[in-house]
Design a protein around this ligand. Structure first.
Ligand code: IMO
Ligand code: MG
Length: 422
């Protein structure tokens, strides 16, 4: 087993921390633990759909866009070109940190290539989810993520951070884009969303003024940093099973969440990221819709939710809870070339007589050992559950592996052997 404070060998090359499941694995805590050994902590995907809760000096911080690493004195936080940035949300976070005595001035870089999430993206997210039938709802975080990435791919209607620097061109473009959006929303949803181009522009202009000092060419800045031997930590948002290519599509987010997203979303050479830490909880959770083979709709599920405080950081929604799924974990670990796994929230399982682990999926007469592409097929599998003895002890008092109760050690060993990683 790897002990997580062994950051020494990791600091020799770039490292990434990514969620192996459907988000909320505890990535923020691992990033926070590793960050002091790095010069730059970099977000490469997603946007304010992420919610990373970390504790520093007894204070709780919930960050959505700002990389958690900025809470440490030494590290610079970078928001890469692959992130979609909501300026209102970002300024709220900056102000929140300032109020608590943490300044990000000079410590936060925002890529000039990053796309901007605007009010109409959030409106569209809400209208689309609101009008979809029960089976078609994704259960998004309503942060405008999908609509903003769609505009990015669409190209003509997108606005990037570098566009904020020329306000005449920006106003003209925004007024045009908002006009098209209003007409589209009205035609498709029978509601134009109450958006107003002039108002959005006014707000954005004010935001631009406040954000100007943070926006820069992060791609060349990271290139220079790499040349001068700076160490980088990549902070993944969301989770690999929410990846747009490899996740449980269409119940996914709209970005490349895994380590494969780093090269594109941060603008660094892929071969320089040598350590890939995958994060999972000792059980599974999911928020929003989509297949979840090991979900427990019973007292066990409720017990996990209550003991683990499984309520969303971003939306406050109760999380769906279930046993650890070794099929899904093995899939993510292979896909991401994971070199180490951080197993979080083992303490949450204290007090269960037995703890379940999913070892395979049953689909009619067939046994599946990997994730099918079709969400409907994944929805209809029955998980094959193996029960392990539980433990009573409060693991929060243990600080080494040896102090854990033997049942907890046996559980970890069994998980390691099933997922094929340490
Ligand atoms: P962190 O970084 C948990 C889920 C949403 C929804 C789907 C699509 O905190 O682990 P989106 O708003 O991205 O279009 O929603 O993805 N989702 C997350 N769930 N944690 C996250 O991030 C998530 N990011 C997206 O609940 O099911
Ligand atoms: Mg979350």
């Amino acid at each position: 087993m790897t002990t997580l404070n062994s950051s020494e060998p990791m600091s020799q090359a770039h490292t990434s921390v990514t969620g192996l499941c459907w988000g909320d694995e505890g990535k923020g805590k691992i990033v926070d633990l590793l960050a002091p050994a790095f010069d730059l902590v970099i977000r490469y995907n997603g946007g304010a759909n992420a919610g990373h809760t970390v504790w520093v000096d007894g204070q709780k911080f919930a960050l959505h866009l700002i990389p958690s690493g900025v809470l440490h004195d030494g590290a610079i936080g970078v928001i890469g070109p692959g992130v979609v940035v909501d300026p209102d949300q970002l300024l709220d976070e900056i102000d929140g940190l300032t109020q608590r005595g943490i300044t990000v001035e000079g410590k936060l870089w925002i890529s000039d290539r990053a796309h901007v999430v605007l009010e109409y993206h959030k409106v569209e997210d809400r209208l689309r989810e609101g009008s979809a039938g029960e089976d078609a709802k994704i259960g998004t975080t309503a942060r405008g993520i999908g609509p903003c990435y769609a505009d990015k791919m669409q190209r003509l209607s997108a606005i990037r951070m570098c566009d904020l620097q020329n306000s005449d061109l920006l106003e003209e473009k925004l007024v045009q884009v908002v006009d098209i959006k209003k007409r589209t929303f009205q035609a498709v949803y029978g509601d134009d969303g109450g958006i107003d181009g002039k108002r959005i522009f006014k707000q954005l202009k004010e935001n631009c003024r406040r954000l100007a000092g943070y926006i820069r060419g992060t791609t060349s800045a990271l290139g220079q940093a790499a040349t001068s031997g700076k160490r980088m930590l990549f902070e993944g948002a969301n989770g690999m099973l929410l990846d747009v290519n490899h996740g449980t599509y269409p119940f996914v987010t709209s970005s490349s969440t895994g380590p494969w997203g780093i090269a594109a979303g941060a603008g660094v050479a892929p071969q320089t990221v040598r350590h890939v830490v995958g994060v999972t909880k000792a059980y599974s959770t999911r928020v929003g819709a989509g297949p979840f083979p090991t979900e427990l709709n019973d007292a066990f599920g409720d017990q996990i939710r209550n003991q683990g405080n499984e309520f969303g950081t971003t939306t406050g929604r109760p999380r769906r809870c279930g046993w650890l799924d070794s099929v899904a974990l093995r899939y993510s670990i292979q896909l991401g070339g994971i070199t180490e796994v951080a197993l979080m929230h083992l303490d949450t399982l204290a007090g269960f007589d037995q703890i379940g682990i999913c070892t395979g999926y049953q689909l009619g007469d067939e046994r599946l050992d990997t994730l099918p592409a079709d969400a409907n097929v994944l929805e209809s599998v029955t998980p094959i559950i193996e029960m392990q003895p539980g433990f009573e002890a409060n693991l929060r008092e243990c600080s080494t592996i040896e102090e854990l109760p033997p049942e907890a050690i046996a559980y970890i060993n069994r998980v390691e052997s099933l997922i094929g990683a340490r």
